[in-house]
Design a protein around this ligand. Structure first.
Ligand SMILES: [Zn+2]
Length: 322
């Protein structure tokens, strides 16, 4: 008999729930607005309602068909205590999410930081599948990261670790919301490339990239500079080259610390594929401490994209049951 798990991607904007089978396929999913700000009890009720609806409309029962419920959400999430100590999006402190959800739904509930859950998804069913040690890096608004060591999510003794985006690569550099200056994500996230592209365009009013954005700087995204580079524009190439140098710098740090079998790169900009990866590998090859070793870290693109969070959350029980 086929069994399923529910994977919940609980974000500040949406609560997305997937019914996931044992082959890690999302067979059905349902999403509602998180509607913040509101009290945590209401958010919990919403999660429970969506889960119940998903189970009912697939003619399943929690008792017989659902192995567990996994929830990935931002913030300082402690999977051992089931408590979210702090979550900036929601504004809740010491949120006893696991205990509360287990009162509302039949079955075991697991929680995890959303970036870690997404990394676990890539590890279980995506780009890092088949490895034992992997690091998943998501280049987005910031840099999300998750570290898997010997098949388990590693986030430090207090579950606040694996924040690779907040390691400094330029001392005294750009100020970061974490309080430090020069964090990796201020240079190598998709947003950093966007902001650098905008700043460059303001100084070069006749550049070809203005055509891609219809003269509207708000339409700049991480692809703008890549498109300009493909059209042979020198400024765009300079932006992309510098961006890739910054990504490579942080990746080499990651490799020198962890020597993972695989580093999986996700986020919209990873859709550039080899345009991004080939020069990245070349730069990492020049500086990686183990560059003369026979066994080298593979750098690949993530495969699950937006589904990684749901699939990873739905797989949390298998990690804990090992
Ligand atoms: Zn930072």
């Amino acid at each position: 008999m086929k069994r399923y798990a529910l994977g919940v991607d609980l974000g500040g904007t949406n609560i997305a729930v997937g019914l996931v089978d044992e082959d890690h396929h999302i067979v059905d999913h349902l999403s509602r607005k998180t509607n913040l700000p509101r009290p945590e009890e209401e958010v919990e009720q919403s999660i429970a309602e969506i889960c119940r609806e998903l189970v009912a409309r697939n003619d399943l029962s929690f008792e017989q068909d659902i192995r567990w419920i996994g929830i990935g959400t931002p913030g300082s999430v402690n999977p051992k205590t089931g408590i979210i100590e702090f979550n900036a999006n929601f504004g809740y402190h010491d949120w006893h999410l696991t205990a509360d959800m287990e009162k509302l739904l039949p079955g075991k509930v697991y929680i995890e930081n959303d970036a870690n859950a997404a990394a676990y998804g890539e590890y279980i069913a995506g780009g890092a599948k088949g490895s034992k040690n992997a690091v998943v890096i998501t280049l987005g608004t910031g840099i999300g990261s998750g570290i898997i060591i010997d098949g388990r999510i590693f986030s430090g003794f207090n579950s606040a670790g694996a924040e690779i985006g907040h390691t400094v690569i330029e001392k005294g550099g750009r100020p970061c919301m974490c309080g430090r200056k020069g964090c990796w994500e201020k240079y190598a996230s998709a947003r950093a490339l966007e902001e650098d592209t905008r700043a460059a365009l303001q100084e070069h009013k006749d550049n070809i990239m203005w055509q891609y954005i219809g003269g509207d700087l708000r339409k700049v995204n991480a692809k703008t500079a890549f498109d300009g580079m493909r059209a042979g524009d020198a400024l765009a190439k300079e932006l992309v080259d510098r961006f890739i140098e910054y990504v490579a710098c942080g990746l080499t740090n990651v490799i020198n610390v962890f020597q993972p079998e695989i580093i999986c790169i996700g986020g919209g900009v990873s859709r550039e594929g080899e345009t991004l990866l080939a020069p990245l590998r070349k730069l990492v090859d020049e500086e990686d401490y183990a560059r003369n070793s026979e066994h080298r870290t593979k750098i690949v693109v993530a495969q699950l994209h937006n589904d990684a969070g749901i699939i990873g959350a739905a797989s949390l029980g298998s990690q804990n049951n090992e």
